[in-house]
Design a protein around this ligand. Structure first.
Ligand SMILES: [Fe+2]
Length: 243
């Protein structure tokens, strides 16, 4: 069904790849819908639970987003994917997005503690090791998921911070903008990337294209549920268990 990279460079190959990215996009959007649908209502959480979600989100995003985007840049082969990722990296660095993230957490009195960091340790490690395998197509799919999720998660994150007494919303304002052109370009880059042989993937067609999405989704659930995630592992996802 979803073919991985193909060495074919003909227009026929591009056409078949365009068809194969549609189910990828559909799956990503369904995973995002599920995650957002499982979020507990901010006003039904305690102040400490709200602080914990902001702190764990910050612990993941502040120090890892640029690192993972850099991994994507190293892994991809196509010029289309490279230029799209570079554009993202330039914006992150030029506008100091990690600083924006930190200001957001500080204003909500939610800088991550050691306990917050340790609650995420295993799931964060899983994502880091996945990125380290430098599987171009799978990383682009993962980053498409991440960007789509972040954008739609911003109103929720902003509401948590507001209930914690903060009015510092630059981070959520900047990341909550729905950039249709950007998303289209990202999927176009994925289409092109899928037509190329992958330097770091021995057999991408046989691999689970959504491995990164699954691992990152588990990390996001961990951000929402905190250290209770380990206890609640079972029939439901940690986030769903809280809803
Ligand atoms: Fe950013």
């Amino acid at each position: 069904m979803i073919s991985g990279s193909s060495a074919l460079a003909s227009s026929q190959a591009v056409t078949s790849t365009e068809l194969s990215t549609a189910p990828i996009r559909k799956h990503i959007e369904a995973v995002i819908d599920d995650l957002l649908g499982s979020l507990p209502k901010p006003d039904r959480l305690t102040a400490e639970e709200r602080r914990g979600i902001i702190a764990r989100y910050t612990a993941v995003l502040e120090g890892n987003f640029i690192y993972w985007m850099t991994g994507a840049w190293i892994a991809v082969r196509s010029e289309a994917a490279r230029s799209k990722i570079l554009e993202n990296l330039q914006e992150e660095v030029r506008d100091a997005h990690p600083l924006m993230m930190r200001k957001f957490a500080m204003a909500a009195h939610a800088l991550p503690t050691t306990e917050d960091a340790m609650a995420l340790h295993q799931k964060l490690t899983d994502v880091r090791l996945f990125i380290g395998r430098l599987s171009g197509v799978r990383i682009v799919i993962t980053m498409a998921f991440f960007e789509g999720l972040i954008q739609r998660f911003m109103p929720y994150l902003a509401e948590l911070a507001r209930l914690q007494g903060s009015s510092e919303m630059e981070y959520t304002d900047v990341h909550g903008v729905c950039d249709v052109t950007h998303t289209e370009e990202l999927y176009r880059a994925l289409e092109v990337e899928m037509t190329l042989p992958q330097a770091h993937d021995a057999a991408p067609a046989a691999a689970n294209l959504f491995e990164g999405v699954d691992l990152l989704g588990a990390l996001i659930s961990n951000i929402i549920a905190g250290s209770s995630a380990a206890v609640r592992q079972g029939s439901k996802s940690p986030a769903a268990a809280m809803a």
